[in-house]
Design a protein around this ligand. Structure first.
Ligand SMILES: [Zn+2]
Length: 340
């Protein structure tokens, strides 16, 4: 491990773009599979490691769907959520806005109230026992269409759990225009939630404009194609609309052809508030520490620069002012002690 990697490993961090099911590590999947012995997912560590070795995007979807299939009752939801927080604690992630897709569980027969109770139980336990503050972004799985949008908006607005801070939109972008989801985002925003759709990951800058105009996005998930439109970059910089950049995910899904071509440098050079995130970390063979390492290399950052990235995530988060100040102070204290 390089000196910078060990600095990153100990650095207190916030993560803003990471998916609930997509965070299930082999260890967690083994625990879930043990609860459901009829599942085809292997439980022995070696076979599981092989199962998790990223091959291509189709394989990622296969792994993702087999993990979805292991989440069958509220106890599975609670276990997954709490164990994801444990993996975060190991990386010194102090705060995370976890993208949760309630529709995937409710359509499989888990009652909405039981689902919400399970994630909230896990959230409270993670905060007191692991020191990780979890918040939720409830997202619409775009491929499931307006039925999923309606269900997600209903759960968000009617059940509105304490940890819920934002409303999102994921899944494929091609063939799933953002503007059709406007009424659902309007309802979520009226209920006090922040708007955080994925946009411009696999499509051009127009999708990001649609997210800003129609869905009133306050942060953009990915925004990889933003540098193709200088006016858009200038708009994002001027209005302090952060981008949630996930470098390894972008490579895995072929949103970028190789990491050296990743547009993160242009985003930063244009003055956009850039945050670094892991998306679906174990499924892409990464974690947040590794993503910080990648960003540090691409942006040629030293320890102070990496601490700056961590502070960007604090600024771009939906933490309250006191929470932001506390995490910033923790980052500063860690950086000062490390220098000493
Ligand atoms: Zn994502």
């Amino acid at each position: 491990m390089s000196v910078l990697d060990s600095f990153i490993a100990g650095l207190p961090k916030a993560e803003l773009h990471v998916h609930h099911v997509g965070s299930a590590s082999p260890r967690i999947v083994a625990e879930l599979a043990a609860r459901h012995p009829d599942s085809p997912v292997p439980t022995d560590p070696e076979a599981l490691a092989d199962f998790f070795t990223f091959r291509d995007f189709a394989h990622f979807i296969e792994v993702y769907l087999s993990v979805v299939d292991l989440i069958r009752d509220a106890e599975d939801v609670r276990l997954l959520t709490y164990e994801v927080a444990r993996d975060m604690a190991r990386q010194n992630i102090r705060y995370a806005e976890l993208t949760v897709t309630p529709f995937s569980s409710t359509r499989r027969g888990i009652p909405d109230a039981a689902f919400v109770e399970a994630i909230e139980d896990a959230r409270k336990a993670a905060e007191t026992e692991l020191g990780v503050a979890l918040r939720w972004c409830f997202d619409i799985p775009g491929e499931a269409g307006l039925e999923a949008a309606e269900e997600t908006a209903r759960i968000a607005c009617e059940l509105k759990p304490e940890g819920l801070v934002s409303f999102g939109l994921g899944g494929p972008e091609i063939g799933v225009p953002r503007p059709q989801f406007k009424p659902y985002f309007d309802r979520a925003i009226a209920a006090g939630l922040h708007s955080v759709p994925h946009a411009g990951e696999t499509t051009g800058p127009q999708t990001i404009w649609d997210a800003l105009v129609d869905l009133r996005a306050e942060r953009i998930g990915h925004g990889t194609s933003a540098p193709q439109d200088p006016d858009l970059l200038a708009h994002l910089a001027e209005h302090r609309i952060p981008l949630e950049v996930c470098p390894t995910s972008n490579l895995a899904t072929r949103a970028v052809t190789d990491l050296e071509q990743h547009p993160i440098k242009e985003m930063v050079a244009a003055g956009v508030l850039v945050t670094v995130n892991s998306d679906d970390p174990p499924m892409f063979g990464t974690d947040l520490n590794r993503e910080y390492g990648v960003a540090a290399r691409l942006l040629e950052l030293d320890a102070a620069g990496v601490a700056g990235l961590a502070k960007n995530a604090v600024e771009a988060s939906f933490m309250d002012t006191a929470g932001k100040a506390a995490l910033r102070a923790e980052i500063d204290a860690y950086t000062a002690a490390w220098r000493g």
